[in-house]
Design a binder for this molecule. Sequence first.
Ligand code: GLU
Ligand code: MG
Length: 436
Amino acid sequence: MDLDGVNIVRLQYADLHGVARGKDLPRSELEAVCEHGTPFVAAIMTTDLAHNVAAGFETGFEDIAARPDPETLVHVPWEPGVAACLADLWRMDRREPYGVDSRGALRRVLAEFEALELTPIAAPELEFYLCEPDEGSREGWKRYAGTDSPVYTVGAQSDPLGMLPKLLEASGALGLEPIAANHEYGRGQFELNVRHAPALTAADRAFRLKWLVKELAAREGLLATFIGKPWNDDEGSGFHLHLSLCDADRRNCCEDPDADDGLARVMRHFVAGVLAHAPALMAFFNPTVNAYRRLHPDALVPTQVCWGHDNRFTFVRIPRERGGATRLEVRVGDGSANPYLATAATLVAGLDGIRRELLPPKPLAGLIYELPEDEQGPPLPTSFPEALEALHADETLRAALGQELVETFVTLKEYELARFRRWVTDWEFREYARHL
Ligand code: GLU
Ligand code: MG
């Protein structure tokens, strides 16, 4: 990228929550930082979202080095003179990557596909709510322009501040290759889709998309949230992950025109691997106590380990397109997922299916909850602790993502859960206090 006019480089990476952390560097420092990295305290990986450091005291909080990936340098369209750059995290001696870096974990998994001459291609679909200040409410926020049935309406009536055009333009300028933006089903709920790309670029796009939506919302005095179920009386927000594989000739190899359903063997193995690891994958796709409130049979989400053709209730949905667009969609996640971890974990699962030549059960069709119970597929975890238990039991996933990363993630999240277990929710007083 041409650095003309750039005074500041914003160096960013994802913490384990997927939150963008970083430093602003004077342009003159860039070269030295590319070589040596810039230090961050490792505590950034064990800090929860309520300002507590959950772990890491025993090592005295070492430094880690963030090193720019120059291929990701891009102008920040809404801040003239500022460029953004993604970083990879290394140990300070620069001899090896830092094991807790989620982008690094995705790189490690991708190297295994490369050895098989397969290139995973991905596309994130992220839904989110925009909220405006509401002094009167307990949370301080209400749904932005929250009219009824706003789905697929575009323009000033459901988006008086013109947020969608602003987000589309900014995401285009940031190189995210947006392809559509629309009002989703919920009141004040939106979705912005970006073009598919090799998996590392796709995860970078998802990470940057979340950052840019939150940034532009903040600049307008709004709050953007990607959590799965922000409101009791409205739709949840999903992070649907589309995945396909290309062969050594860079051609989609998921299709077999001679197969009944048009799917190649490698695709079947991949699907079977994803299903085999589904409960553990949820620890990364649904990493909050809130996420599990979104997952119930009345929503367009999975609650069972199953797959199907163009069925929005399944864990793995196979869209009808074939040829270069033959792909699968994992529908369980919500936007509280760290996109690097969710993508890396799904690829580990798919790779395990390929290596062990697993085959999926029969695909489900129709309203799956009307099928006999033993045909619906095993139930998914219904709470975050259950998903963490499944992750604990999944040695393949733990080994491939790295024990250091998984242990740090679990420690951080157990700390969050322990805080939640002690917290009295508003529901309890409302439900019990008057009568009991
Ligand atoms: N909002 C739904 C979810 O929570 C998905 C709707 C859709 O398929 O776009 O995943
Ligand atoms: Mg949607």
